[in-house]
Design a protein around this ligand. Structure first.
Ligand code: KG4
Ligand code: ZN
Length: 350
């Protein structure tokens, strides 16, 4: 069973074909980083226009790489997908619309069902693309540009969000601190690289633990970096100071994420932690999770860095699980095969 996944929730336009929820046949990602770089953050209006400009090209490339008939001639049964999965939220409204319109149009033209996918659920399931044996229960930590959520995954489709950020998301704080340091957008990979050359113990930035809650808070840490730079009369381009601030800031974020996730795993008696979202590509975060996991006997599941950031393969995978779970076949026999299944998670305050 082949599913065409479409992702356009933020600033990556992506299409992928995934077979039986595990084999990635194609996964084309068109990043908009260069468009947003001058603004050091995602500009929603630019993002939504760029999705519209690129979506057909990206879809065509993903279908051709999968040796399937390209858009719109996908009539041949042998060379077509069985369903289309598309991110329906959370995300930027205009961006989401671009992907969703493409999915609905193709579903209509090809007579294939369209499956709505929750972007965060897709991030949580993404390690399954490389480790198909992974089974719930597990604790999921989604750390991206828009989210920092600690989620107890009781079963496929059964989630309980136990903690989330009260202000900035982890990725957002990386992007904002990078901006303060005069680094490029997206800030996460820049800080990751600079931190390798800095001393993580040089500046004792606060560790916002919010004891007694599984929630996170990163805006105070960002403000601490702001005041530190202001008081030291930091000059952009001072590479020694940039590296030390990057390393010390990153150490604070990583410490909070690691300690909270392992504490929650212990309290909730789960032996597996899954990471997802762009910040899960951070080299220090990955190393710390793996070393703590070995010490504490907790299995850690990390998608490859290219599957941590937004991509359509994870959307196709999440769509496959929905396909398997829903009483799909009965409805499929109806005249209207253009079926949009609601994501299992409510999008708002999921
Ligand atoms: O999951 P994602 O691609 O998009 C959202 O759903 O937000 O995450 C993007 C975020 C950005 O904030 C980016 O700076 C961050 O992930 N990021 C990183 C790294 N690579 C991407 N943060 C820290 N270290 C990295 N290596
Ligand atoms: Zn994401």
């Amino acid at each position: 069973m082949k599913i065409l996944g479409i992702e356009s929730s933020c600033d990556e336009t992506s299409a992928a074909v995934v077979e039986n929820g595990r084999k990635i046949i194609s996964n084309v990602v068109f990043s908009q980083n260069s468009l947003h770089r001058p603004f050091r953050g995602v500009v929603p209006e630019i993002a939504s226009r760029a999705h519209l400009e690129r979506i057909n090209m990206v879809l065509d490339a993903a279908l051709k790489q999968a040796s399937l008939k390209g858009f719109p001639k996908n009539r041949s049964k042998k060379r077509s997908v069985d369903a289309i999965a598309v991110t329906v939220g959370p995300g930027l409204a205009g961006s989401l619309l671009g992907g969703r319109m493409a999915a609905e149009a193709l579903g209509w033209a090809w007579g294939k069902p369209v499956i709505g996918v929750n972007h965060l659920e897709a991030h949580l399931l993404s390690p399954l693309l490389e480790t198909p044996s992974l089974r719930p229960p597990f604790l999921g930590l989604i750390v991206s540009g828009g989210h920092t959520d600690l989620v107890l995954v009781k079963d496929f489709g059964k989630f309980e969000v136990i903690g989330r950020t009260r202000d900035d998301a982890a990725g957002e704080s990386f992007d904002k601190v990078a901006k303060l340091l005069g680094l490029n957008y997206p800030g996460g990979p820049e800080i990751d690289e600079r931190a390798k050359r800095g001393n993580p113990q040089s500046i004792p930035f606060p560790r916002p633990h919010l004891h007694g809650s599984w929630d996170f808070s990163f805006s105070g840490l960002k403000t601490a970096v702001f005041y530190y730079l202001r008081d030291r009369k930091f000059m952009k381009g001072d590479s020694r100071q940039t590296n030390d601030v990057a390393a010390s800031f990153q150490a604070a974020v990583v410490e909070v994420l690691v300690s909270k996730a392992f504490l929650a795993a212990k309290k909730l008696n789960v032996e597996k932690i899954v990471l997802g979202g762009g910040v899960a590509a951070n080299s220090e975060l990955r190393a710390r999770f793996l070393s703590e996991g070995r010490k504490k006997n907790v299995k850690i599941f990390l998608p490859s860095p290219s599957l941590c950031t937004d991509n359509a393969a994870m959307v196709a995978l999440a769509g496959y699980f929905k396909w398997k779970k829903q009483s799909f076949s009965r409805e499929m026999k109806g005249a209207d095969r253009r079926l949009t299944i609601d994501p299992s998670l409510p999008i708002r305050g999921w």
